[in-house]
Design a protein around this ligand. Structure first.
Ligand code: PLP
Length: 437
């Protein structure tokens, strides 16, 4: 037994079952364990290593920053913090806005809600979020998340969260047949939730604009329509771009697919912000929201807000996306991956639905029976055949992510085209060889 297996409390698992190899290095889309085995990373670990493993430019930036200045609190200025904020405002087009730095995605979402509430002058204003979403595992973000794994740990209403059904077109909670109708119904549900609260108590809607970690990909009309309805009601729209940002959905930020018609009032970032080379999250505030906070005391902070080392990693990451043309590359390879998966669907009855394709993010939803859409295991459980498939892929040197009956494909944006093709070929073979009965 390794000391890690004995001593560390690991997340999202049964402690007694945890038995993973020790990872000692990586390069590009591969990571390497202590026995020298290489794994092709088809999920960017937690959909976060968008730039691959051990990106030399980021490693160098962290080293250079460490030699100059490791840390200073937000009470003092830091060059890398200022430069990263500037670049994020430029890339997102939030002219005149501000950036608040956090340590990851959950605290970015918590702070986005705080800022929206403060800007509206309602410190406990309501926030609309949706089922089958994931916004983090801190208490407030468990309340915001519609995640069956954590829902029972918290009373969402006491956190001021109003939950609505998701635009999950394949199993539309509104019973619609077409994806666009499902999205419209989901938007109407948000509108009704806002209108149903007394005294304009809803300050914000917090949602993932495109792909969600829980495997829903919103139909294309969802976000722009949500923007319209929230704007009409003067309710802030917060885009959780923690996973969908930084090329994952084929744009710097997923809402940019809709241009100005999709611009949120606030957006939250993490993961791809440093390509997971350093823990860092951010809330980007529009000029309007930032303006409302400008002359008010901001009663919040985290000791490591805007940590100079993490911000240096962020600057290097943004440069790496740009220089490698990786946002465009993700769009191109994502479209090709989606086409390949649709082709797989024509040959594998076990594939019920394929979603994504805007960038290097795709979801394959497996079903026992295509006609009834019956599943192999109730959500969020994973069936034995799917767990076996994942184990066999790992034996073949390919690391796949699954959630329930879903296979999530989200490789680093730097993955070699040959590797991507080989991984899908392997998946094709394993789907055929598995016993789905
Ligand atoms: N929001 C989304 C969409 C996510 O996918 C995640 C993490 O998976 C989070 C928020 C939480 O981020 P973190 O784990 O950095 O707290």
């Amino acid at each position: 037994m390794t000391t890690e297996r004995r001593d560390v409390l690991h997340s999202w698992c049964v402690q007694a079952d945890w038995d993973a190899p020790t990872i000692v290095g990586g390069e590009g889309a591969y990571f390497i364990d202590s026995a020298g085995r290489r794994y092709l990373d088809m999920s960017s670990l937690a959909e976060c290593m968008n730039l691959g493993h051990q990106h030399p430019r980021i490693v160098r930036a962290i080293r250079d920053q460490a030699e100059k200045l490791c840390f200073v609190t937000a009470a003092w200025g830091a060059e890398s913090r200022a430069a990263l904020a500037r670049r994020l405002l430029e890339l997102s087009g939030f002219a005149g806005g501000r950036v608040f730095f956090s340590l990851g995605g959950a605290d970015a979402n918590e702070h986005a809600v705080k800022f929206a509430r403060q800007a509206r002058g309602l410190p406990q204003g309501r926030v609309v979020a949706r089922d089958r979403s994931y916004h983090g595992a801190s208490y407030a973000t468990m309340a915001l998340s519609g995640d069956t794994r954590t829902q029972t740990q918290v009373d969402a209403a006491s956190f001021g969260v109003v939950r609505v059904p998701p635009p999950y077109a394949y199993r539309c909670p509104f019973g619609t047949e077409h994806a666009a109708d499902c999205a419209e119904a989901a938007v109407q549900a948000v509108a009704a939730a806002i209108d149903g609260e007394a005294n304009e108590a809803v300050v914000a809607v917090l949602m993932e604009p495109n792909a969600g970690t829980n495997g829903i990909v919103a139909p294309a009309n969802f976000w722009p329509r949500l923007r319209e309805e929230t704007r009409t009601r003067s309710v802030y729209l917060i885009a959780d771009e923690v996973m969908s940002g930084f090329g994952r959905c084929g744009e710097w930020f997923a809402w940019q697919r809709y241009g100005e018609a999709g611009r949120p009032d606030l957006m939250t970032l993490a993961k791809g912000l440093t390509g997971a080379h350093m823990p860092l999250g951010a809330v980007v505030l529009s000029a309007e929201v930032a303006g409302r906070l400008e002359h008010e005391m901001l009663y919040t902070g985290l000791t490591y807000c805007g940590h100079p080392l993490a911000c240096a990693a962020g600057i290097a990451a943004l440069a790496a996306y740009e220089e490698g043309g990786l946002i465009e590359r993700s769009k191109r390879l994502g479209a090709a991956l989606y086409e390949r998966l649709l082709e797989l669907k024509t040959r594998h009855a076990v594939i019920g639905d394929v979603r994504g394709g805007d960038g290097l993010f795709a979801v394959i939803e497996l079903v026992r029976d295509r006609a009834t859409r019956a599943v192999h295991a109730p959500w969020p459980m994973t069936s034995l055949p799917l767990r076996t498939l994942v184990a066999r892929a790992l034996e073949a040197g390919v690391s796949l992510a699954v959630r329930g009956n879903l296979i999530l494909l989200a490789p680093p944006l730097v993955i070699a085209e040959r590797d991507l093709t080989d991984a899908v070929d392997l998946l094709d073979r394993l789907l055929a060889e598995s016993d789905w009965s």
